[in-house]
Ligand binder design. Structure first.
Ligand code: AMP
Length: 377
């Protein structure tokens, strides 16, 4: 007799619609935070999830939200609060992907974009709302958002909401929600103020902490090339052609370099986009969306892209220009080798980079191997 093979996600008791979506998304097995948090949330428990970006925390609450929201009921049943619109948009994308085989309406509510579109989305009857605290309060004040039937509240990146001064707004929203709801709070750190908040607004939460997957020499392969400034473009093309990265971020020091490298790559037939501080919000969102969903293989970026932005795991990080300091180097290579997957960090060291390079070597140690461009024989 043929025995049915139970996938690791099936073992969590998920519905066929979700299993199909996970399959389509290429998620084969739950990450640690997912394995530990999903059963608790499905069993109606409150949870404090101590986990950073890159651990799969979004699906850890996204899967229970999609599983437990009823498409037949035209009322907001789950609310996710996030500190920034960028994160709100990313959460929405993940929820939509998880709900691709379930007819759930998911609305995103954040400041700085058209109120009209958000009102329309709410009027059509969203079952799930993702938003930033300020704009959610706006809608509550106008009476355009009814949260009286919310059964599950998620506070994502609670420590960042605290840092950004959103806690009074968050508390105002909390007081407008039904008391007998379920609450999940995710935060990289759990300072005392957040513990107090949990004590006041949560029902005996279970604390689940997962270690951040620090990039280490075992999972990130680090190499450098000595390359003269004027040979960098050829060097980059050589690296791209030999490495064939599934997805890479190419970091440059200045915006003009980002534009120049981007144009040169496109001219040479590579599929690449440029990301820097001078783009319109809509352009940034489109580029990030294409990159996150894997449609875009190469992203050329200034350092801003490394800070604050949540860019998912990539197979390669290329420092076209040397990072300005050793901490930036370590932070950048943290963009690769997420969720236990291997990654590679490649750094170009040019003729004037001696000092910065010495500092990086001191911090990163001898793990960075030298490779040579064929150009130099
Ligand atoms: P997050 O920590 O939620 O920002 O997720 C980090 C990255 O891991 C995202 O790009 C997700 O798409 C991806 N991811 C989340 N869960 C899984 C999983 N079970 N298998 C593979 N990739 C995952």
């Amino acid at each position: 007799m043929v025995k049915a093979v139970v996938s690791p996600f099936e073992a969590l008791g998920l519905s066929p619609a979700l299993l199909r979506a996970l399959d389509a998304m290429g998620y084969e097995r739950p990450t640690e935070i997912q394995e530990r948090v999903i059963p608790l949330l499905l069993a109606d428990r409150d949870v404090i999830g101590q986990a950073q970006t890159g651990t799969g925390k979004t699906a850890a609450f996204g899967i229970p939200i999609v599983e437990r929201s009823d498409p037949e009921r035209a009322e907001v049943q789950a609310l996710v609060l996030a500190p920034t619109r960028e994160l709100a948009v990313q959460i929405t994308q993940e929820l939509r992907a998880l709900a691709q085989f379930r007819p759930l309406a998911i609305a995103t509510i954040y400041g700085g974009s058209s109120m009209r579109a958000q009102l329309d989305a709410l009027a059509r009857g969203a079952q799930v709302v993702v938003g930033t605290p300020g704009r959610i309060l706006d809608h509550l004040g106008r009476g355009t958002l009814d949260l009286s039937r919310v059964r599950l509240l998620v506070l994502d990146e609670a420590d960042r909401m605290l840092d950004m001064g959103f806690m009074p707004d968050v508390e105002r929203i909390l007081r407008r929600l039904p008391r007998d709801r379920q609450t999940a709070l995710f935060s990289a750190t759990v300072p005392l103020i957040i513990k107090r908040l949990a004590l006041r607004y949560m029902r005996a939460p279970e604390h689940v902490a997962v270690r951040p997957e620090e990039p280490t020499v075992e999972t990130v392969e680090q190499v450098y090339y000595e390359v003269a400034e004027r040979d960098k473009l050829d060097g980059l093309c050589y690296v791209l052609d030999t490495e064939q990265p599934q997805q890479a971020i190419i970091f440059c020091h200045m915006q003009v370099t980002v534009d120049r490298v981007h144009r040169a790559l496109v001219r040479r037939g590579y599929q690449a986009e440029a990301l820097h501080g001078n783009l319109r919000q809509s352009q940034r969102e489109r580029i990030l969306h294409d990159f996150r969903t894997g449609k875009l293989p190469l992203l050329v970026a200034t350092n801003v892209a490394a800070r604050g932005l949540d860019i998912p795991a990539v197979s390669h990080v290329i420092n076209y220009d040397i990072p300005e300091d050793a901490e930036t180097y370590v932070h950048r290579i943290g963009r690769t080798a997420r969720a236990g997957r291997p990654g590679k960090a490649i750094t170009f060291v040019a003729e004037w980079d001696g000092e910065a390079w010495a500092a990086i070597r001191k911090l990163a140690g001898e793990a960075i191997r030298e490779q040579r461009l064929p150009l130099y024989g």
